[in-house]
Write a protein that binds this ligand. Structure first.
Ligand code: NCD
Length: 342
């Protein structure tokens, strides 16, 4: 694995398996049973030039749970990029202050350009419609954990990717990551004009996976193992695309779809945020409390996976177990009021 995490392209199957194993070892810390200080003294720079809740906060929390500290800037307005500073200069400056940097930026390729100017590890937290490798890793970790619970395996699994497959960077990284594993069946359903880029379909097909594109959710999905749905990325639309666009309810994943077309063991994932405004027709809230809804288990998994990314890039993964002590504060048994028990 290189010293940066910019794209899933830099990861081999062995790298991914190693990262997921390290993530599993982080669980006692992520679940607030143990404390470690292996990154004591280290500083993370969190640079977010696009909206974010989960990615920004979970990278921050993951670094803190390893004992490090975090400095951040949010948006262009309060950074020197608003004064015309280049990615090169910003990178060189930040590298003098920080031991690792996470960056999110609206332009595809910008995080790689930033990383090219530094030896300090840089993690791509999302570059426009490009990639979001840490999200794909936590998605795969979630699928693996859910499949273990359900007694399933990735080999031959049927995964549905739906929503905005054109601009959704999480599905771009995820489809590449899944393609490193045993041949599976991938079904893609997107509204017209928002289909998965053809180079990604060709890549996955060339690795022996069965890829099928359908134009609606109105068919039989009874053998489906995962439905991964995504938000429509209207902020990336051209003015022409935005005009009059509205998402038909036919693309909505809700309880009726799951009950009528899927099975009791189909899990529902979404990178979040889901757009809960009435006309958005994103993943429906009527699935809250349904054990098949894995979205908050998925967000929780962001912590151990991002801890594993830091521990690996900063080469402390072998020290974790040497440095553990029990937590001393109150921790609730279950985090959310709707969390389904198993
Ligand atoms: C996504 C993103 O920013 O790419 N969210 C995330 O990081 N979990 C998805 C989105 O914005 O729709």
């Amino acid at each position: 694995m290189s010293s940066h995490l910019l794209s899933v392209d830099s990861l081999s199957r062995d790298h991914v398996d190693h990262l997921l194993r390290v993530a599993a070892r982080m669980e006692p810390i992520a679940q607030r049973r143990q404390v470690t200080r292996v990154l004591e003294g280290a500083v993370l720079g969190n640079l977010f030039f696009e909206a974010s809740t989960r990615t920004r906060v979970s990278f921050n929390a993951a670094f803190c749970r390893l004992g490090g500290s975090v400095c951040d800037t949010t948006g262009f307005t309060f950074s020197s990029m608003a004064k015309g500073e280049s990615l090169y200069d910003t990178s060189r400056v930040m590298s003098g202050y920080c031991d690792a940097i996470v960056m999110r930026h609206p332009e595809q390729g910008s995080v790689a350009e930033f990383a090219a100017a530094t030896h300090v590890p840089v993690i791509n937290g999302g570059d426009g419609p490009g990639e979001h490798p840490s999200q794909a890793l936590l998605d795969l970790y979630t699928i693996d954990k859910e499949f273990t619970r359900l007694g399933k395996s990735l080999a031959g699994a049927h995964v549905l990717l739906t929503g905005d497959l054109r601009y959704g960077r999480t599905v771009h990284s995820l489809i590449k990551l899944l393609s490193l594993y045993a041949p599976m069946r991938l079904t893609l359903v997107a509204p017209p004009g928002l289909e998965m880029p053809s180079h990604l379909i060709d890549l996955v097909a060339s690795r022996g996976h069965r890829v099928e594109q359908r134009d609606s959710l109105a068919s039989d999905f009874s053998d489906l193992d995962v439905v991964y749905t995504t938000r429509i990325q209207k902020e990336r639309f051209t003015a022409e695309m935005s005009e009059g666009f509205s998402l038909s309810r036919d693309f909505t994943v809700d309880r009726a779809f799951l009950d009528a077309r899927c099975s009791d063991t189909t899990i529902v994932m979404h990178p979040l945020p889901r757009d809960s405004r009435p006309d958005a027709n994103d993943l429906d809230v009527d699935l809250n409390g349904d054990p098949r809804l894995a979205i908050f288990r998925q967000t929780d998994n962001g912590i151990p996976v991002r801890m594993a990314i830091f521990a690996t890039l900063l080469q402390v993964e072998e020290l974790i177990e040497k440095d553990l002590r029990p937590v001393r504060w109150f921790v609730p048994g279950r985090v959310g009021v709707d969390d389904a028990p198993f």
